[in-house]
Design a binder for this molecule. Structure first.
Ligand code: GLN
Length: 542
């Protein structure tokens, strides 16, 4: 029997509901329960795939090829449970399904309305694709009181009523701000937020109060009294030095105990949190430090490279070092005509990206890394730029470019409109919609025996997640290999280059996929682990 925990947020956005949900998932898992985490997003986009990273942060891609909210990345990193298409829904998707059904005549002449048709579609999603999970944690995006959230709140209210309170719990994340002039923590915003939730028929069962300082007994009592929640279910969620400490800190507050008590489930001793304690120990007490330059375009909003930043932290955890990230705008290299800011870094990473702006700067960064023998990690766009650089400067193709930037005489990176997946041909139209039309999700890749990547992965076939329209053009393989760039990973049919490396370099690897999406703090991705190891070697040289 699956129990449902709905996580809402109030007062302000950015309270870390996603992390709270992920940490609760990890805690329940540490007690031996099977969990699933889901996100209900109130915006009208069908998925976040078409949203600018500046607006919405990274687009997280699942194995089954869904473009989802970045919170699903937190869920996966904290629980190790691979997120699926069925774990993220938006208002846009719900409405487009409801409207498609209406056009088909499925509603048999009824007037189609938010209640019951939209709310039914939301409830159907919440309960779908679950088997033997003990808990399904559903986070509702946005803040209570937003117009957009209303259909979702109404749907979870109905859902809770239908399955009964013994199978549904509402956790509300709020803010208890400290007002310096009064020298006090203020409970009023929390009281208002809980009332706002009550006004749509939802009584919060547990309150998670974000606060920068401990909440005194008296304030907790006040919150409990006014919010109609038992005092032991008013939790203080204090800021912690690393996000991986959140499960430990919530456990110390009794969060998981209270969840189990709420559901009347046995509380069998302490959960095993040793894995989290070990991670926190490594993050907080590293034995050294490496400097990694991340040369990108969206570097002003760190959320746009969320999984990447975390995967680099994981690489540091694996090697017991702190990874200091230096975010650099590639356009600056173009304007200044030099990459001197890269002097002294121990590794250079060019991440995924779209569009022509800043590409010449990325190519300069790849060239610098190659010539100066500094570890280079190119991810997706970063691989494509490294290949263009090698084509121009090693293989004698001076006009090498990507057809992403318009027609090109030498499309070393070109648009692919057909490929094979699971023995079936997948096709895309070059003029098609932008949404959901990329090569998305997990694809297998075969590694060349004896290559560096085969050694790093320790296996011959890997499975990694993709999100791109363009591919390195296989027709240039022979010329590039003759010039020293090894195509060390290919799709099983040999048509799509997935990995390139320079054997005659301390560490130069470009991958067409996004390895950062599968890295976990307790299971760092082999490429990030080895990249940081190579950066440590480099740090000993400079
Ligand atoms: N813009 C490139 C493409 O579409 C790379 C995409 C990416 O880095 N995710 O192929």
């Amino acid at each position: 029997m699956t129990r449902f925990i709905f996580v809402t947020g109030g007062v302000v956005s950015s309270l870390g509901k996603g992390l709270a949900s992920a940490a609760l998932g990890a805690l329940l898992q540490a007690r031996g329960y099977k969990v699933r985490l889901r996100k209900l997003d109130p915006y009208l986009n069908v998925d976040p795939g078409t949203m600018s990273p500046y607006q919405h942060g990274e687009v997280y891609v699942t194995d089954d090829g869904a473009e989802t909210d970045l919170d699903l990345g937190h869920y996966e990193r904290f629980t190790g449970v691979a997120a699926r298409k069925s774990d993220n829904i938006t208002t846009g998707r719900i409405y487009s399904d409801v409207i498609a059904r209406e056009r088909r005549g499925d509603y048999l002449g009824a007037t189609v309305q938010v209640i019951p048709h939209v709310t039914d579609a939301i409830k159907e999603f919440i309960g779908s694709d679950l088997t033997d999970e003990d808990f399904c944690i559903c986070e509702v995006g946005g803040t209570v009181g937003d117009i957009e959230s209303l259909p979702f709140l109404e749907a979870i209210r109905q859902f809770g009523n239908e399955v009964g309170s013994q199978r549904a719990l509402f956790v509300h994340v709020t803010l208890v701000p400290y007002i310096p002039s009064a020298g006090e923590l203020k409970t009023k915003p929390t009281q208002h937020s809980v009332k706002e939730l009550l006004s749509v028929g939802i009584q919060a069962g547990i309150l998670l109060c974000r606060s920068e300082r401990p909440i005194p007994e008296n304030e907790r009592r006040k919150i409990a009294l006014f919010c109609n929640v038992p005092q032991e279910r008013v939790m203080a969620a204090l800021d912690v030095p690393t996000i991986y400490q959140v499960p430990i800190s919530y456990h110390e507050q009794g969060f998981d105990d209270q969840v189990l008590k709420y559901f009347g489930m046995p509380d069998e001793g302490e959960p095993d949190l040793s894995r989290w304690r070990d991670i926190v120990q490594r993050v907080r007490h590293p034995e050294g430090e490496v400097k990694i330059a991340v040369v990108g375009k969206y570097t002003s909003l760190l959320d746009s490279y969320k999984s990447l930043a975390e995967a680099l932290v994981h690489g540091g955890i694996a090697n017991n070092v702190r990874v200091r990230l230096e975010w650099m705008e590639s356009e600056i290299f173009e304007k200044e005509g030099t990459v001197h800011e890269l002097e002294g870094v121990h590794g250079i990473l060019v991440p995924g990206g779209f569009g022509e702006r800043g590409t010449e700067g990325k190519i300069l960064a790849a060239q610098f890394a190659r010539e100066r023998k500094i570890p280079y990690f190119g991810i997706c766009f970063g691989m494509q730029m490294a290949v263009i650089e090698a084509a121009r400067h090693l293989a004698g193709v001076p006009n090498a470019g990507s057809s992403e930037f318009g027609r090109n005489q030498e499309p070393v990176v070109g648009l692919m409109t057909e490929w094979v997946r699971d023995n079936a041909l997948e096709q895309r139209s070059a003029e098609g919609d932008l949404g959901g039309t990329m090569r998305l999700g997990a694809y297998p890749c075969q590694l060349v025996p004896g290559s560096r990547v085969a050694g790093i992965y320790g296996t011959g076939t890997i499975d990694e997640r993709h999100r791109h329209r363009y591919e390195v053009n296989i027709n240039y393989k022979d010329r590039l290999e003759a010039a020293g760039l090894l195509f060390s990973g290919l799709s099983p049919d040999g048509a799509l280059p997935e990995i390139v490396e320079i054997p005659d370099h301390p560490w130069f690897i470009g991958v067409q996929f996004h390895p950062e999406l599968k890295s976990k703090p307790f299971d760092p991705h082999p490429l990030f682990r080895d990249f940081i190891r190579a950066a440590i070697d480099q740090s000993r040289l400079v």
